[in-house]
Design a binder for this molecule. Structure first.
Ligand code: NAD
Length: 350
């Protein structure tokens, strides 16, 4: 027998699940609340088609659990939560607004038990609209437009790269260090510019090769073809495009000392963390390094709106990651294992 909603809920170690069905668009809605030890469950809303409601719930639960660890590893005062809108097909215009109106009312009914943000399949326009229905949209208090998280994520990745460079080379200077940024979109481009400003030699790559060359030009750097990324020599490889680029096939050929970037799920399997450790490549856990946007939205919830102050706040990723890297060294283990241990300790689950 396949998985069922009942069996998933019975087995889950989270707080609970709120579910609803929007009949007009035939959409199942799941709000998965995993943990509130550190604060209000906060995480994005994914809009996607699934094979069944149970598969959508399973995704919501897995993502909510991931948020618990992400917030805890960053040492940040939020809990794990995530929502899924399991649509039956593409949704635009009035039907989409109707779904988000229903979802917003549901969040109002929860009275602040969960704060929502953008995720795969949802857009800033969706969040702006949702903010007209409910105050529980992260970064959109008082009807403000939720800002683009990407520049804040870039600041966080930059801070993470500095932490790694300092840890490995004993100096936090990026001058003379070579950083290869794979994917120069919303996060990768501002990251490349920050790195260049800090004195790094930037190499860019993108499936859109014109874009890679354009950004390389802006940074005074060079561009490489996408297929050359894995064997290009550099100090830091910053994956900022797609996941699973670090895997059993690519790890043996990598010519970098550090991997730190924004892409979600950079490792194809958990064993890849150990493979990198054995090869002496320092891996900054993606969910710590790419938390800058989420962190900025948390700070906005606390009433901070000044961009400089927000970016300063996001830079605490540098010290959180520094702690993780030192703990990993002390235990001769991968930073992924160390981040997990720290998160457990922070959550009192050791
Ligand atoms: P984006 O779509 O703005 O940019 C992605 C760039 O990567 C594009 O220029 C695209 O052409 C390029 N690209 C796509 N596939 C590629 C490939 N196989 N090889 C090389 N280049 C490729 O996305 P983004 O918002 O910059 O996010 C980048 C990554 O960071 C994603 O994995 C995203 O999930 C993750 N992330 C983003 C944020 C954020 O605040 N935007 C936060 C956390 C994590």
């Amino acid at each position: 027998m396949g998985i069922t909603v009942e069996s998933l809920i019975k087995r889950w170690d989270g707080l609970g699940v709120v579910m609803s069905h929007h009949s007009e668009t035939d959409t199942w809605i799941f709000v998965a609340l995993h943990d509130e030890t550190l604060g209000r469950p906060t995480g994005g809303c994914r809009l996607k088609s699934y094979g069944s409601p149970a598969l959508a719930l399973r995704d919501a639960m897995r993502l909510a659990q991931g948020m618990t660890w992400k917030w805890a590893a960053m040492g940040y005062g939020y809990g794990g939560g995530k929502s899924v809108l399991a649509v039956s097909g593409p949704l635009e215009g009035e039907a989409r607004r109707s779904l988000f109106t229903h979802f917003g009312r549901l969040l109002n009914g929860l009275g602040g038990a969960y704060s929502v943000g953008e995720d795969l399949g949802t857009t800033r326009a969706d969040m702006s609209f949702l903010a007209t229905v409910t105050p529980y949209v992260a970064g959109a208090a008082d009807g403000r437009q939720p800002p683009d998280p990407s520049p804040f994520t870039a600041v966080g990745v930059h801070a993470g790269i500095v932490a790694c460079v300092e840890h490995l080379f004993g100096s936090d200077s990026l001058a003379g260090r070579t950083v290869l940024v794979e994917g120069v979109g919303g996060v990768g481009r501002p990251l490349a510019l920050l790195l260049a400003r800090a004195g790094a030699s930037v190499i860019t790559s993108d499936v859109d090769e014109d874009r890679a060359r354009l950004v390389a030009g802006e940074c005074g750097g060079t561009a490489v073809e996408p297929q050359r990324v894995k064997d290009t020599e550099c100090d830091v490889y910053a994956p900022c495009a797609v996941g699973a680029t670090v895997n059993g096939a690519t790890i043996p050929g990598l010519r970098c000392r550090i991997i730190a970037g924004s892409a979600n799920n950079q490792l194809e399997t958990p064993e890849d963390a150990e493979r990198l450790h054995e090869r002496g490549i320092l891996y900054a856990p993606d969910y710590v390094v790419n938390g800058g946007g989420a962190m900025a939205f948390g700070l906005m919830e606390e009433g901070i709106t000044d961009e400089t102050e927000l970016k300063t706040g996001v830079q605490r990723i540098r010290s959180s990651l520094g702690d993780i890297l030192r703990e990993a060294d002390a235990a001769d283990t991968s930073p992924v294992v160390a981040a997990d241990r720290i998160a457990r300790r922070v959550l009192g689950r050791e």
